[in-house]
Design a protein around this ligand. Sequence first.
Ligand code: NAP
Length: 340
Amino acid sequence: MTQNKTVPTRTREIHLASRPHGAPGPENFRLVHTDLPELAPGQVLVANTVMSVDPYMRGRMNDAKSYVPPFQVGAPLDGGAVGTVIASRSEEVPVGASVLHALGWREHAVLPAASVRAVDTSQVADSAYLGVLGMPGMTAYAGLLYAAEMVPGDVVFVSGAAGAVGSLVGQIARLSGASRVIGSAGSPEKVARLRELGFDAALNYRDGSLSEQLGAAAPDGIDVYFDNVGGDHLEAAITHLRTDGRVAMCGAISQYNATEPTCAPRNLALAIGKRLTLRGFIVGKYAEQVRPEFTARVGAWLTQGEIQWDETVRDGLQSAPQAFIDMLAGANTGKMLVRL
Ligand code: NAP
C-alpha cells in the first residue's frame, strides 16, 4: 500500500434522513461522522475536492424503480465527484492521481480502483469533469446531435437554458450550424446571460405565456426542442414545432417535486399531423458510442475559447443539501457544485 503521510481514519458524509413529499428540505438529509475502513487489495482512498448535485438525484430520493436505484434511508447518498487519491492498494491508480468517480456526498471515498477514471486537471479545473467535460456536457452533446438529430440550419429551442445542460445545448447548437438558437430560463439575470452566451433569443418563462413568447421569438417555428423542463414548456414547443420537428426529452424538472400527476402537454395529438419525433434518452445510452467524438469536439471548442461554462459553487460538505435544494429552485447559473 502507498499513502500520503496524513491519511485520515474518519470522514463526514451526507445520509438520506427521510424521503421528501414534494420539494425536499434540510430535514431530509443528515450529516454523519463515520470511520473509514481499511483499504482492501485493489481499492483506493480518494479525498474528494468537488462534488455534483444534480436534478436526477431528486428522483432517487423517492422509493421508486427507475434507471438508477433509489437512495436508502439511513445510508449515504452518492453521485459524481472528483478528488485526489491519498492511499492506494492498486498499481493502476497511484497516490496523487486526480480521479472522477460516483461516490460524492462525502469528503472521502473508498472504492475499487476499477471504478474510478483518471482525469487530467493540469489544463482544466477538476470541476469541468462534473460539467462541460462530464455528464452534463455529454448529455447536451448527445441529446442535441443524436437524440434530436439536429442538423445545420435547424431552429433550436432549449429550456432550462441557463443551467448546466441547457447552456451547453445552446452553444453546441450554434457551433453546429443552427440557424437560430432560443433559450428559456427563470430570471432576468439568466436571460441576460444567455444573450452573452450567443443565444439569438432568450425568454423568461415567468414573464407571461411561454407559448406566446416562443411564437414571437420563432415566428416561422422551431425544428428542434431540447426539453429539460417538461409540462407547459413541452406543450409550448409542440405548438411551435414545424413539420418533421424533433424533441430530445432530456428531463422534466417542473414535475420532479409534483405530488399529483401533471396534465401538460395537452396538445400531444399535434405530433401526428406534424409528424413529430419525441425521443426520450438517458445519457448513458451514448456513453461508449459518442464519448470519443464528444471529448474531441468539445475539448477543441474549449481550447479555442468557443464554449463558456458557468458554475455556481457552494463551500463545504455541510452545504451540499442546501445546494441541492437551491438548484432545484433555480439558484444556480450553470453547474451547481459543492467544493469540499
Ligand atoms: P440545471 O439546469 O443546471 O439546474 C436545474 C434548473 O432547472 C434550475 O436552475 C432552474 O432554472 C430550472 N427549473 C427548476 N424548476 C423549474 C420549473 N418548474 N420550470 C422551469 N425550470 C425549472 O440542471 P441540469 O443538471 O442541467 O439538468 C437539466 C435537466 O436535464 C434536468 O431536467 C435533468 O433531470 C436533465 N438531465 C437529464 C439527463 C439524461 O440523461 N436524460 C442527464 C442530465 C440531466 P430556472 O431558474 O431557469 O428555473
